[in-house]
Design a protein around this ligand. Structure first.
Ligand SMILES: [Zn+2]
Length: 115
């Protein structure tokens, strides 16, 4: 008999917004209000909007950690802004946890649970 176990887990949905300080020249093609969302492993851009690959590269290493529950004392819990990687550009990228989404282990991997 196969034991039925709850194999669900939760990840935060993320929204990454561009912050453009007023009056500053923006060099990475971003416009105030530009954003993308991340649901699980799927990145979504609004129709017609682009996003700099260099800016994406700056936030990419943080996104998987931001999707997961982190300790309240962990800087990953409190810090949310990343500088544009162009040192001459004053834009920032703000990572916002917008909600939680449930996933099934069995739906996202073939590796069996260890418990
Ligand atoms: Zn920039």
């Amino acid at each position: 008999m196969v034991e039925q176990t709850d194999d669900t887990f939760e990840l935060y949905d993320l929204r990454v917004e561009i912050i453009c300080p007023p009056g500053e020249r923006i060099l990475c093609g971003a416009k105030p209000g530009d954003y993308f969302t991340l649901e699980g492993e799927m990145l979504h851009l609004p129709p017609g909007q682009g996003f700099s690959i260099y800016s994406l590269g700056a936030v990419l290493p943080l996104l998987a950690a931001k999707q997961r529950e982190t300790h309240p004392n962990d800087w990953m819990s409190t810090d949310a802004e990343v500088a544009c990687p162009d040192p001459h550009c004053k834009s920032r990228l703000r990572i916002i946890r917008t909600g939680k989404r449930s996933f099934s282990h069995g739906a996202v991997t073939v590796v069996p649970l260890s418990n």
